[in-house]
Write a protein that binds this ligand. Structure first.
Ligand SMILES: C[S@@+](CC[C@H](N)C(=O)[O-])C[C@H]1O[C@@H](n2cnc3c(N)ncnc32)[C@H](O)[C@@H]1O
Length: 226
């Protein structure tokens, strides 16, 4: 069974996770300052989270979204879903989200989605991605992430990494009936990044937060395990 088929079962842990992620995303859009909201979703899958929220959100017209997905079938499904929902401001990119150049033009993000990534990549990749997330975000941006809590539970470390990168935790939890699922959200309190050309993002170090000086094009943020 493909991972996303569990979304078809409303009682699955994945559906419970989706419910939590959508609630966080709706809250992030509500919280965003008036005007345009730039949303970036890495490894977006079929976009169930973003599209399910934007469809009915009162601020849907404010949100422009870039969904980056490597699998052509998933990307096509997300694109069709967006079109059906009349969400012309959602761009689905069939591209490699581990390469900053794939989405650098959409930064800085007001909402950054990192869902379904951390359970599939190495610990150094998690560290690199969280450090980079700080350089991707506008001041006050919300990051939403997920990680399963199977042993060894990496979520305490992930939460600490986000805190160290300048994200104030808004929530962390599990669905009531799916304690093996972890969903987190944080608000970026670090210093603003300056976006560069398509080869990457550069940022100056803020007072309290160590941020990557340059996320060079070419070096992947993460690699999914086979
Ligand atoms: C576990 S799924 C999560 C999808 C979605 N974010 C969600 O939570 O429903 C991981 C997705 O990442 C995609 N993926 C894996 N490596 C990728 C890469 N380097 N760039 C973009 N997408 C990638 C896979 O094709 C898959 O759709």
């Amino acid at each position: 069974m493909a991972w996303h088929e569990a979304y078809d079962d409303p009682s699955s842990a994945l559906s419970a996770r989706l419910h939590m992620v959508r609630a966080q995303l709706a809250g992030a859009i509500n919280r965003a300052p008036p005007g345009a909201v730039r949303l970036v979703s890495l490894c977006a899958g079929q976009g169930h989270d973003v599209l399910g929220v934007l469809r009915d959100h009162p601020r849907r017209a404010d949100v422009s979204a870039v969904l980056v997905e490597a699998d052509p079938d998933n990307a096509a499904a997300a694109g069709e879903h967006a079109a059906r929902a009349g969400l012309a401001q959602v761009e689905v990119r069939h591209a490699d989200a581990s390469q900053v150049a794939s989405f650098a033009d959409a930064l800085p993000a007001g909402v950054l989605m990192l869902c379904g990534i951390f359970g599939n990549v190495s610990e150094p990749d998690i560290e690199r991605t969280i450090a980079a997330a700080a350089a991707f975000c506008a001041p006050g941006a919300t990051v939403i992430w997920t990680r399963h809590r199977g042993p060894p539970d990496q979520t305490p470390r992930i939460r600490a990494l986000f805190a160290g990168a300048g994200f104030e935790e808004i929530m962390f939890g599990s669905p009531e009936k799916s304690p093996q699922v972890g969903v987190g959200a944080g608000q970026f309190r670090g210093t603003p990044a300056t976006t560069g050309p398509a080869d990457g993002v550069s940022a100056t170090a803020g007072p309290a937060v160590t941020r990557p000086a340059v996320i060079a094009g070419g070096e992947p943020l993460f690699t999914f395990r086979p």
